[in-house]
Design a protein around this ligand. Structure first.
Ligand code: PSV
Ligand code: MN
Length: 428
């Protein structure tokens, strides 16, 4: 395949410089008492699921600017994800949104995925929009709706999503509900939460063996006064009430400004309820920017909690699901996803570079400055050669975006998928 050939060609061209940089870094890490080989193995094992909805250009309510060569259906989206996986070695699974990317024949899609070396992560339901053919409207809610008939329809949708996911080989359901109100008085604050829990219970009772249910919180949008599952506290209440297979999903963009997200993560770990992530970044109230593009230190601090928990023998069965949830409005979606995976691998590598015994000693000795320094010096280390090497060892690209541009994949797809003229990204 030409992507693989390009990776090999580009890696070979860059190997001299890369090996020199890597050797220098390994030398530095050695002096700090860090085991570079162990870090390389762990970064190489990092995997994150790609959302089926992120392969085409997203948009805002003001408009959408399509990229030529966008995938036209879930089969073409899978093809793009397979390319991202080849270039990064880190995205072997797809998180599907139903009905946005609902396959007509799940078994056929599963074989297509198999042939591409891909599988399926959590499936996502959608009761935040009315879909053609649906009898009742979700305008005033779904699981929280005052009308039992709407609630039943929403539960039935979730059971259908589980069935599709089961046919695909998924093992988790992510539930994000837009339910909420725009004005004081519109919705009974307690009753709406109780109805939501009741609906989730019915869904939870239908989880196939081995499945997990993730509840995802979000403070506002589209409900601008009160969202039913608005924060991690509400999400945790739901997960705890539902049972041992229910967990909380943290979408990094779903927090009010200045929320200490790493602290939220730590609390959910303590509660044994951290189910997974939707990675992205946000400057204001959005939840769609490239992970690590705005607050890279925050992303590092989140990974720091994850690395700490993974090493802690008092934390049982720690296996959060890593997924991306972004909307690409101005970047080529494939390039944005390649950059995202690189940013995630970097944040993870930085967290692995923390000198844990120095940190612990400083914390126990109340040495504030040195404790902070233990984190900051890991964050400031240029981890680039390590993540590039981890990718190379998996047969992936030293520099995924550069290799992708070199393949001419987008140009070829623009001809094949739209028959239209290729419009290069502005940066080219
Ligand atoms: C809601 O903003 C959300 O984060 C949920 O995860 C949805 O499934 C996804 O975005 C839809 O784009
Ligand atoms: Mn999300």
């Amino acid at each position: 395949m030409f992507v693989q050939e390009t990776i090999e060609k580009m890696n070979a061209a860059r190997s001299g410089d890369h090996e020199q940089d890597l050797e220098t870094l390994i030398g530095q890490l050695h002096r700090r008492g860090l085991d570079a080989e162990a870090i390389l193995t762990q970064v190489g094992a990092f995997e994150v699921a790609v959302p089926s909805w992120a392969l085409g250009a997203g948009g805002t309510r003001f408009g959408r600017f399509p990229v030529s060569g966008e995938p036209r259906d879930i089969y073409e989206k899978m093809e793009d994800i397979a390319v991202i996986h080849r270039l990064t070695g880190a995205t072997p699974r797809v998180s599907l949104h139903i009905p946005w990317d609902e396959p007509e024949d799940p078994a056929a899609l599963r074989s297509h995925a198999d042939a591409l070396g891909l599988g399926f992560d959590a499936v996502n339901s959608n009761t935040f929009q009315d879909q053609p053919g649906r009898r009742l409207s979700y305008k005033f809610g779904s699981l929280a709706h005052p009308d039992a008939a709407v609630r039943e329809q929403a539960v039935a949708h979730h059971l259908h999503v589980i069935e599709v996911g089961r046919a695909l080989g998924s093992e988790a359901l992510t539930v994000w509900l837009a339910d909420g109100s725009n004005y004081p008085g519109q919705m009974h604050l307690r009753r709406s939460f109780e109805r939501t829990l009741d609906g989730l219970r019915q869904i939870y009772d239908h989880l196939p063996p081995g499945w997990r249910l993730f509840t995802e919180h979000k403070p506002y949008e589209p409900a601008f006064y009160a969202t039913v599952v608005q924060d991690w506290g509400s999400s945790l209440m739901l997960a705890q009430a539902l049972g041992e297979r229910a967990f909380c999903l943290v979408d990094l963009g779903h927090h009010l400004p200045n929320t200490n997200i790493e602290l939220v993560v730590a609390r959910l770990i303590t509660a044994g309820k951290l189910g997974g992530f939707h990675f992205n970044d946000a400057k204001y109230g959005d939840d769609d920017l490239t992970a690590g593009s705005i607050k890279p230190y925050q992303l590092f601090l989140v990974f720091n909690e994850l690395v700490d928990a993974a090493r802690d023998e008092r934390v049982d069965g720690f296996a959060p699901a890593y997924m991306i949830d972004q909307s690409h409005n101005v970047k080529d979606p494939i390039e944005a996803l390649l950059q995202t995976v690189d940013n995630l691998q970097r944040a993870y590598a930085q967290a692995l570079l923390v000198d844990r015994s120095a940190l612990e000693a400083a914390q126990n000795g109340c040495d504030v400055l040195m404790a902070e320094q233990a984190l900051a010096s890991a964050f400031r280390t240029d981890e680039g050669p390590l993540v590039a090497e981890a990718r190379r060892r998996r047969g992936a690209a030293l520099d995924p975006v550069a290799a992708f541009r070199e393949t001419g994949y987008r140009r070829a797809k623009a001809r094949e998928r739209s028959g239209g003229a290729y419009q290069p990204p502005q940066s080219l």
